[in-house]
Design a protein around this ligand. Structure first.
Ligand code: GDP
Ligand code: MG
Length: 285
């Protein structure tokens, strides 16, 4: 069996997982201090991560606002953690988990450790520029959650996504709208920013840990009445993407049904162990 995975549980794996914070990483700031925490989930990213840090760090440093980059590495197979730790003197913290957490699990673990007023997550291939990122962060003066969108008017793509991905993405969007009533055009772009206190307060409600976790998180952001803003971005699709879109479809679908069920009145009546079993069999990380 893969990661402990309980879709109906009020506790997720968060807080249970053990990790080491790599030696030499900077002292974390005080909770709520003005600044930005950027969480990067990184699974076998020894090549792409260094490129992204090289591009982002100079931009973050020259902006002059306080920041921390939290790289969350799990199921270690390569040198991702060591690569990230080379940047420890430049406000990069590295959390390394021995077990596989899934993208969502890694992001949630990073958010839990984040300290600054604003917190977000970003894919390791750095699909938007640092300037675009600060463009998103600036919206946090008015709202609680900012969602990067490849499908909102004004968005553009540097490298077009394959047609199949785009079709699957539209199908997914239809389902997130009709099952979870999320009024968003793009829930899956790997760049989102939040008021730190808001997102940290929602961590315990989010139970999905795979690549569909975004909808679980966004569902709770909306359910608690927080303000969400979708913002078009200039997005670079990495042709080397390892997201197996076709193979992921059943898993994503099961995950979405899991979120729907967990948050419906019926969810209380279905034996939790049954759903937990179902998700671990069919909803893998
Ligand atoms: N820590 C961690 N990160 C993951 C996992 N799965 C995906 N990611 C990260 O999530 C981001 C998006 O990855 P993904 O959509 O799978 O593939 P991509 O299109 O190749 O970037 C990248 O930063 C990945 O490294 C995981 O199980 N653990
Ligand atoms: Mg990607």
């Amino acid at each position: 069996m893969a990661t402990p995975y309980s879709v109906l549980g009020h506790h997720s794996f968060i807080g249970r997982g053990k990790y080491d914070e790599m030696v030499g990483t900077p002292v974390p700031p005080e909770p709520g201090e003005p600044g930005v925490s950027i969480v990067i989930p990184a699974w076998n990213e020894e090549d792409r991560l260094a490129r992204t840090l090289e591009r982002y760090l100079p931009a973050l440093e020259s902006r002059g606002d306080p920041f921390e980059v939290i790289v969350v590495v799990d199921g270690v197979k390569d040198r991702t953690a060591e690569v990230a730790a080379e940047y420890a003197a430049r406000h990069v913290r590295v959390l390394r988990f021995p077990n596989k957490l899934g993208k969502g699990g890694a992001v949630l673990a990073g958010i839990k450790e984040s300290r600054y007023e604003y917190v977000g997550y970003l894919d390791a291939d750095g699909p938007i520029s640092p300037q675009e990122m600060y463009g998103l962060v600036d919206y946090l003066r008015d709202v609680d959650c900012v969602v990067a969108s490849r499908w909102t008017r004004g968005a553009s793509g540097v490298e077009a996504e394959p047609l199949f991905n785009r079709l699957a993405g539209r199908g997914w969007n239809f389902l997130t709208r009709s099952l979870l009533f999320l009024p968003l055009r793009d829930t899956q772009a790997g760049a989102k920013f939040f008021q730190g206190r808001v997102v940290r307060s929602l961590l315990a409600s989010v139970t999905l840990t795979n690549r569909a976790f975004d909808v679980d998180l966004l569902y709770h952001v909306r359910k608690e009445g927080h303000r969400v803003r979708e913002v078009p971005v200039r997005w670079t699709h990495d042709p080397a993407s390892r997201m197996p879109v076709g193979r992921a479809i059943p898993v994503m679908f099961v995950s979405l049904l899991g979120v729907r069920l967990a948050n419906s009145p019926m969810g209380k009546r279905v034996p939790r162990r049954l759903v937990a079993w179902f998700m671990s069999e069919f909803g893998g990380a």
